[in-house]
Design a protein around this ligand. Sequence first.
Ligand code: 5BU
Length: 278
Amino acid sequence: PSITTRTYAERAAKHPVPVAKQLLDICDRKKTNLCVSVDVTSKAGLLRIAEAAGPYCCCIKTHIDIVEDFDRDLVQQLQALADKHDFLIWEDRKFADIGSTVRLQYSSGIYKIASWAHITNAHLVPGEGILTGLASVGLPLGRGLLLLAEMSAKGNLATGEYTAKNVEAARRHPEFVMGFVAMRRVDEREETAGGVAPGEGADYVIMTPGVGLDSKGDGMGQQYRTPDEVIRESGCDVIIVGRGIYGGGDGNPNEEIVKQCKRYQEAGWKAYEDRLRQ
Ligand code: 5BU
């Protein structure tokens, strides 16, 4: 049977990366495959939205370098919210340098990402040294990495052979690479092409941006699909929703955030249940 017919709980029980196990367990426990992306520029806004969205999501995705008044207290409060509401934190840093440099970018500087983000992600453009560099910091801390095998934006270059190379590289780092940012089940296509029975290989968590129920794009290249297209049709595991929930700018009022979270949580979960029945 294919990975897409297994439940999050079944997959959690067998996953080799502790953070992937944690994430899949949260999805099962809270009945949500929603990751809320919070792209706001103030500490207060980020914390307010994380507090409002926390009960409905498995993960909060940050871009910490856009926050104007970043301080250590911000990440401490975010960690406290993650504990309180049972979600993971993903810093969408998109590392893209040589191993020795990303190692410092991940561990040091103002943000010290590895000290608070359960998950981060990287481009494979520099080659596999980037995985060795990030793993040297992240593995001892029990962190997990997503490789950017595909992207959501129109005309992006993460396609074809490049996508396939991401899957191959992930297979060589099974203890650290927990999955992919991708638009479809990139791992299973690979397995089929290579003659390996689908589902018999490693299990990767596919987390998918470009999700919206009310809009098809943002005029700057973003392309939106529905939770059903992403989870059921394309076999991805987690929907990432940003502006569809927080509304852009400094963010919707809490009431609207909660309403949209419930809407996306419900749509994502229904798509998952429909997929299991397929
Ligand atoms: P939106 O408001 O739902 O469009 O926000 C999408 C978020 O996902 C935003 O933080 C992007 O940086 C992020 N993203 C994306 O949109 N597409 C991609 O391919 C990747 C990340 Br990788």
